[in-house]
Design a protein around this ligand. Structure first.
Ligand code: ZN
Length: 288
């Protein structure tokens, strides 16, 4: 079988940039480190749902201020898993008195696939963009099956979206879905302009406040701020299913790069400042 020159170049590029990326954890190492934290910190607990690790701080506290944080839904956005690790590490020092549920890597198969030499992998193992899998009848959209945004055969068909949607209905008050590819702090709607979710003013005030730690971020309702409409996202689904607040954070982007690794993930030099910046913003999310 002939191997295309572009495949060889992608492979070499990925491994040369991956080698310079020793500061990134492999998915196995990242999840093991978090499980070790769960074993040693009494307020932290871990459980598996299929291959997805779910971490809880104060699992048995329910004070109507529960926070749900989801990271690494898109495989290639490995930086987001690193932000999750940082936040979990910091919880011990921060000691919030509310329940905080964290999924550090939602697309586990995908992140490992990236590590195996497929740096542009975005969707899950079944070719579904799970952040388009929350289609609602009133506002649905069909993406091409071979596109990077295929919504799947039916709404909530994927284990990832089944898990997140079930957690969202368990009393979550504030939900943040963390991605990379640009720098932004968004609120819903992703799919509609000219319509406001129920708690629009509360969310608008919050994102303005959080953006003080990210002056370079695009800030606002996603569809109207980015001029791009995404249909079937979990944040749109959340606010239409009774979750008071939902946000999408995009923590890093390098549009100048044509290498997926560098497009979505900061290099070693910038990694520390990105982790510091976003763990600070997420601290504000948990405490405000
Ligand atoms: Zn993403």
């Amino acid at each position: 079988m002939r191997i295309k020159i572009t495949q060889v170049l992608t492979f070499i590029l990925f491994y040369s940039s991956a080698l310079a990326d020793k500061s990134y954890h492999s998915t196995d190492t990242l999840l093991t480190r978090i499980k070790l934290k769960c074993a040693s910190v009494p307020q932290l607990s871990c459980h598996m749902k299929d291959d997805i690790l779910v971490v809880d701080w104060n699992k048995h506290v329910s004070d109507k201020s529960n926070v749900l944080l989801v990271f690494n839904e898109h495989a290639r956005e490995r930086i987001t898993g690193e932000v999750a690790l940082k936040v979990i590490h910091k919880l011990r020092k921060w000691k919030p008195n509310k329940r905080v549920t964290i999924i550090p890597v939602l697309n586990v198969w995908g992140r490992k696939h990236v590590e195996a030499g497929h740096p542009c992998q975005r969707k899950n193992s079944r070719g579904v963009d799970t952040n388009r899998n929350y289609q609602m009848r009133a506002n649905t959209h069909s993406y091409a099956k071979n596109s990077e945004e295929w919504e799947g055969k039916k709404p909530l068909s994927e284990k990832e979206s089944k898990l997140v949607s079930s957690l969202l209905l368990e009393g979550v008050q504030r939900y943040v879905n963390v991605h990379s590819g640009e720098k932004s702090i968004y609120m819903p709607y992703d799919s509609r302009v000219g319509v406001r979710p129920k708690h629009y003013t509360v969310m608008a005030d919050n994102i303005k406040k959080w953006a003080e730690k990210c002056k370079e971020c695009a800030v606002g309702a996603a569809a109207s701020t980015s001029f791009y409409r995404a249909y079937g996202t979990s944040v749109d689904w959340a606010v239409d299913h009774g979750v008071p607040e939902a946000y999408t954070f995009e923590v890093f982007g390098n549009e100048a790069s044509w290498d997926c690794n560098r497009m979505f993930n900061p290099n070693k030099r910038d990694l520390h400042s990105i982790l510091k910046q976003w763990s600070g913003i997420i601290k504000d999310v948990i405490f405000s």
